[in-house]
Design a protein. Structure first.
Length: 171
């Protein structure tokens, strides 16, 4: 994380590392790469478009270090770090950080549950990591993790409660 931080607007650990689980299968990170900006500080060509067309500073850093990318898309990159696989998830914009960060923090069972029953009950759906209104087909901004829980009309579920169905007591 610290090596990548200078090339990101924001970067955080997610997954089982963030939940401080005793067994770690892989390393999951969520990051907003620093974008190329014009003289007045605006992102050139918009955030998602720019990442699809041009290399970000993060892309250039990984290439300069000779990182062999197993996956290299605009929204996810994957590489090996020692014996671990690193999954680097890149939200389309800062407005969607919260939904990607929540889903990628997991646990897998918690994330599957979250995007199903609570989302439907709130008139929402998750698609491509984003929260959408079922009717009207509008994206719900979720810049922070708490915004996801608020949109789903749920109390915030602490990290240590996101395993072994302990989250169900928050319903």
């Amino acid at each position: 994380v610290e090596a990548l931080r200078p090339y990101c607007e924001r970067i955080e650990l997610a997954g089982s590392l963030r939940r401080q689980r005793p067994m770690i299968g892989d390393i999951e990170l969520v990051a907003l790469p620093r974008l190329h900006r014009n003289l007045i500080g605006e992102a050139i060509d918009g955030e998602a478009k720019q990442r699809q067309k041009k290399a970000t500073r993060l892309d250039k850093f990984l290439a300069e270090r000779g990182v062999n990318l197993l996956k290299d898309g605009p929204l996810q990159k994957q590489f090996r770090y020692g014996r671990f696989t690193v999954d680097l998830f890149l939200p389309a914009s800062a407005a969607h950080w919260g939904s990607i960060f929540t889903i990628r923090t997991g646990s897998a069972e918690f994330s599957k549950w979250l995007v199903d029953a609570p989302a439907q009950a709130a008139g929402l759906k998750f698609r491509d990591g984003l929260v959408w209104h079922i009717f009207g087909n509008e994206i719900v901004p979720t810049p922070e993790e708490r915004d996801v829980f608020e949109a789903l009309r749920l109390p915030f579920v602490p990290l240590e409660e996101r395993d072994d169905e302990r989250w169900l007591k928050y319903c």
